[in-house]
Write a protein that binds this ligand. Sequence first.
Ligand SMILES: Nc1nc2c(c(=O)[nH]1)N[C@H]1C(S)=C(S)[C@@H](COP(=O)(O)O)O[C@H]1N2
Ligand SMILES: [Mo]
Length: 263
Amino acid sequence: MKKAKPYFEQRRERRSFLRAGVAVAATGTLAGCDSLSHNETAVNVLRSAEALTESVHRVLGRRAMAQEFSPSQIAPVFRANGTTSPIGQSYAAMVADGFKDWTLTVDGLVDKPLELTMAELQAMPTRTQITRHDCVEGWSCIGQWKGVRLSHLLNMATLKPEAKFVVFRCLDQMDEKNEDTMYYESVDLDDAFHEQTILAWELNGKPLPVANGAPLRARIERQLGYKQPKYLHHIEVVSDFSDIAGGKGGFWEDHGYNWYGGI
Ligand SMILES: Nc1nc2c(c(=O)[nH]1)N[C@H]1C(S)=C(S)[C@@H](COP(=O)(O)O)O[C@H]1N2
Ligand SMILES: [Mo]
């Protein structure tokens, strides 16, 4: 009998087919959560465009802001995707006690490592933004996020000169049979210090739901959906990620996605 593939492998196959749909979302005027239809020619044109995106972003600079929307454009329900309820006792226990003992660690190539409670994070200067999330599976969704800028934490921790990337470590295990499949992601310092890169504890004016990454998730608004890590507990500053997990800088990158998911 043929062994069933882990669900993330099945999803990867579907995603590589659909990923070009995101560019359609980026040029359309979608409000709320919409599925996208695909047109063969457009998909091929956009595939080649995608290859150029990283170099174009490098030349033009990476400070440009992602579009922000008005409150009336917020989707009634923000769609959830990927992990929507992390497996395992330790996360369940955190949910049960309202994340009372959860902390966020910031360490690696920093002068002053941090360990922050939610109360400490929430006492920091906040940013609120209404943005559109674009998933490579072919849907987009507009939501309002509130949190602290990642730059604020990185400045507090003070990066060492060798620092090049920020790695986000999450609490959810992707393959229930393999403990080495925790979701993780990474971005370079351009994205880490971007004005709209925040660590959010609120979605649409309410505490971040479990399905969307409670208690804390990153919003890196110039990047695609898979570069928006949920269920954060640890941020590590590194010079190189080749010795982390599969070495490609993220869970989906280790399964074939581009490391650069800029939009
Ligand atoms: N920890 C974690 N972060 C994750 C994922 C995941 O499975 N686990 N899925 C990613 C993908 S592919 C998308 S589209 C978004 C979905 O975020 P949402 O559930 O808030 O819509 O989270 C991203 N971040
Ligand atoms: Mo996604």
